[in-house]
Design a protein around this ligand. Structure first.
Ligand SMILES: Cc1cc2nc3c(=O)[nH]c(=O)nc-3n(C[C@H](O)[C@H](O)[C@H](O)COP(=O)(O)OP(=O)(O)OC[C@H]3O[C@@H](n4cnc5c(N)ncnc54)[C@H](O)[C@@H]3O)c2cc1C
Length: 385
């Protein structure tokens, strides 16, 4: 159901552009068991099996912007959140460094034993498929925070561990938004009436847990929201001999590099999977990426999954420079830090390349989404050229 390879993602994109995108604005909020009204491309986009620019280009090749504006906006939301977090890494640290806490009620919700069958069905779906519809994510996060008074970071961690599209920015900032931390004065309360309106077959057992209007008090915001300037990454890899380091945030990096770029070696590096379903999905994604990289660069990529094996791969090469896609604020960048430290002490230069889409849109993520959208919207055709 969720595309796990670049050919699958491109086929899913084509099918979506041919059909469901036309009715996306009208139907996207409804819960359909097969999720046929939405693209289900988020895992492919999060790992860049397809890029945002490719998605927008495919849609605009067939449709006038005004008829698919809602879908284009949703793709832009992803970039907005990423650009916003990129400039405020303290907000990620506030989430990532918080110690986990054991709470039996939290465990019951994650184990699909809350007693509210609708919410338990979502917990089961998340764990067994790695996907949840956007409305389900909003409802479940609100159920956790506002109906059960549970700590938002614990719920966000549950999502991050299981979602195939797990993304530091979209996940952390959406949870913060539901909690009432992201947009001052705005909290999101899940209501029975909303589920009944958007889910024709909503299970009724325990649905009364979503009735009533509790007073919503946002938790204290402990995040450092200081804005730091965006890193000035190059957009091309340079011409000195280099080893290409491919990581799971950009599994089609070969599409973003100039054709003249020929690495001395290719290393495919992965972080430890956080759930069995995610591990199986990533296994397929990486296997197909390996074939693509081999076709693009004419050599078998080496695999590395921890710091010692990564260092060993680099040390076995004559090229003394690393090229990689610039990782955004989040777990991949965190996991790469020890390696980047080793490169610095070993005097191995690292060229982190930023895709044109990210480089051009991230600077607009200064305040709210709509100023961002108003700045990005007129440039979309150019951005996806
Ligand atoms: C609590 C919560 C946690 C979330 N965690 C993540 C996450 O970890 N990773 C993630 O990719 N998205 C996350 N989202 C956003 C959104 O729910 C998913 O991107 C979307 O449901 C994916 O399904 P789709 O590909 O069928 O989306 P579609 O509706 O087909 O949208 C197309 C694309 O636009 C982007 N998009 C759509 N809606 C949003 C949104 N609200 N915010 C940001 N980007 C969006 C995605 O890349 C998506 O693939 C979260 C939302 C909430 C409320």
């Amino acid at each position: 159901m969720i595309p796990a390879t670049r050919p699958e993602a491109l086929a899913a994109l084509e099918a979506f552009v041919d059909g469901p995108v036309r009715s996306y604005a009208r139907l996207r909020n409804f819960i359909d068991p097969g999720h046929r009204d939405v693209s289900r491309l988020s895992a492919a986009i999060s790992h860049r099996l397809v890029g945002e620019a490719e998605v927008v280009r495919a849609v605009l090749a067939v449709h006038k912007p005004a008829t698919v504006e809602k879908f284009l906006q949703e793709v832009a939301w992803r970039s907005y959140w990423k650009g916003w977090l990129e400039a405020r890494p303290g907000v990620w640290r506030d989430f990532a460094d918080a110690p986990p806490s054991a709470n039996p009620r939290a465990s019951a919700l994650c184990a699909a034993s809350s007693g509210c069958e609708a919410m338990d069905a979502f917990a089961r779906e998340l764990v067994s498929t790695g996907y949840l519809h956007n409305h389900a994510r909003m409802w479940w996060a609100s159920f956790w925070i506002h109906r059960h008074n549970l700590p938002w970071r614990e719920g966000a961690r549950f999502f991050l561990d299981h979602l195939l599209d797990a993304d530091a920015a979209s996940n952390t900032l959406s949870w913060r938004w539901v909690a009432g931390l992201q947009t001052s004065g705005k909290t999101y309360l899940v209501r029975r009436s909303n589920l009944e309106a958007y889910w024709p077959d909503v299970p009724l057992e325990g649905l009364e847990a979503l009735s009533g209007e509790p007073t919503l008090v946002p938790p204290p915001d402990t995040a450092d929201r200081t804005v730091r300037p965006l890193d000035d990454y190059p957009r091309t890899p340079g011409t000195e001999p280099a080893v290409l380091l491919v990581h799971e945030e950009d599994l089609s990096v070969e599409c973003a590099l100039p054709q003249s770029f020929t690495p001395g070696a290719v290393i495919l590096w992965r972080t430890p999977p956080r759930s069995a379903v995610r591990a199986a999905w990533l296994e397929r994604a990486v296997a197909e990426t390996r074939i693509r990289l081999q076709a693009a660069f004419g050599q078998e990529p080496q695999a590395a999954s921890d710091l010692p094996s990564l260092i060993k791969c680099v040390e076995s090469q004559s090229a003394r420079r690393i090229v990689m896609a610039a990782p955004c604020v989040g777990p991949v960048r965190d996991a790469l830090q020890p390696f980047l430290g080793w490169c610095a002490t070993s005097e191995i230069p690292v060229t982190a390349v930023r895709r044109r889409w990210d480089a051009q849109v991230f600077p607009f993520a200064k305040s709210g989404f709509f100023p961002f959208w108003n700045a990005v919207r007129p440039q979309l055709e150019d951005l996806c050229r």
